[in-house]
Design a protein around this ligand. Sequence first.
Ligand code: PRX
Length: 572
Amino acid sequence: MGMEALPVINGNYNLQNYNDVYSNFNWKNVEEQFSWYESGKLNMAYEAIDRHANSFRKNKVALFYENGERKEKYTFREMSALSNKAANVLKKTTDVEKGDRVFIFMPRSPELYFAVLGAIKVGAIVGPLFEAFMEGAVKDRLEDSEAKVLITTKELLERVPVSDLPALKSVLIVGEDVEEDDVYLDFNKHFSEASSTFEPVWVEREDGLILHYTSGSTGKPKGVLHVHNAMVQHYQTAKWVLDLQEDDIYWCTADPGWVTGTSYGIFGPWLAGATNVIVGGRFSPDNWYKALADYGVTVWYSAPTAFRMLMGAGDELMRKYDLSNLRHIVSVGEPLNPEVIRWGMKVFNLRIHDTWWMTETGGQVICNYPAMEIRPGSMGKPIPGIKAAIVDDRGQELPPNRMGNLAIAKGWPSMMRSIWNNPEKYETYFMPGDWYVSGDSAYMDEDGYFWFQGRVDDVIMTSGERVGPFEVESKLVEHEAVAEAGVIGKPDPVRGEVIKAFIALRDGYEPSDELIENIRQFVKKGLAAHAAPREIEFREKLPKTRSGKIMRRVLKAWELDLPAGDLSSMED
Ligand code: PRX
């Protein structure tokens, strides 16, 4: 059971009396802290930015941005004015109405943040798209959501099949020399002309805020809808878990294409009035240590894969940088190995705090708190206001130390409210007793700490990114040489898992290294680099059920040299 417990290093943090707070907590206490509780005027972008722009924080830096030559900073007042401009551009140049989907497909830059906030100010539902998505992935998402407006860059535009998307009415292009017509619009031109005042469109707590597409084991990626009310949890967890204080310089390394990059890269920190650091470009241990040092980052939210890569780069490198401002490190996305926590203790003299949650939960759910004793290898305990349990397949709660489905009692503030266009899918997440079932297996020890065991389904977590095997298989079988494909996650010491594909070739094709590379490129170009199989193995035939479903369980057994289990449903 991991290593011995790690005591609190510095007790001066939020949530010191976890047990007391847990038993007496009511979300209403948090709701009452927002002005909308009285005024009824509610909008996430107003609470995250404008409220501070009209307060003692107006000249505080809200955003430090760095990417290559670009080094910029923006105060809360500037963020407010610039997101107002983006809102005015949307209002003036498109027919966007409250509830319409506005997608944003851009590399990380200040403009991306102005655009997201501006779209929220006009009452739209924002759809952020990871910049590495290729045409197939972009099309699926814009099509399913019936996006009306897209904000993108000139470079990324070539991956958007605009003429195949009838619902898409306007495409705002960030770049030089944009030729305008009815559909294509020059974002920069309208932005420079736009007014910097705008009254946000006031919405209801349950109105749509953001749509994050995420993968399951079957079907195409699904649109997980979150509402403005999620701010109640984003705000409170930014206090309890990120432990954000007035003087903190906070860096969340996730891209806004993923839920961590919005809930805790935009909403949580800015609701708490913190200074946010955004670093563009690719990961390198040098750049990351440099960013931590240059900005004097105090609170850092990242992922196990990144920590493992830093660990692999050696401790000498980090000694070149002054990281003495760092006081709190938080992790999410995959199991955080006790070994990484040990490394963190050694090199930072800080504990790394694991947090567990998912796209569907919208916010942190089970966490390790700075003021609490932590047990390395455990995801921690539920935040106050959340009831978590281990249940069996009928929704019955299991006693401590029994492995089962990690479930959460329905109804927390940031819970997803629907799956876009797919109410049947939404229902599949719930079990009798009003349990939301996560798809993860875990157990809880006698003291209420939760321990992650694995996914119940075939979802792959590679470098902290969630990939659905079906999506990759569908792309693979579009390749001319591929007859059948089955995709699994193969354990990897750095990335958690890597994607491995088993492929049966069509007649007339022979296995070769060239073909492997060709197939990998095909997925890379069609979906995204992170979805391309790292390993491909050719087989004469793949194991299938009689109804023709590829049995990934058997592929996994082949890979890991394990017994394949019950084969009674296999075709022959
Ligand atoms: O399997 C769990 C894993 O990531 C899944 C959720 O992925 P996604 O929706 O992309 O959200 C990732 C970040 C919020 C979960 O079902 N996961 C997330 N956090 C942890 C984790 N696995 C182990 N330990 C964690 N702390």
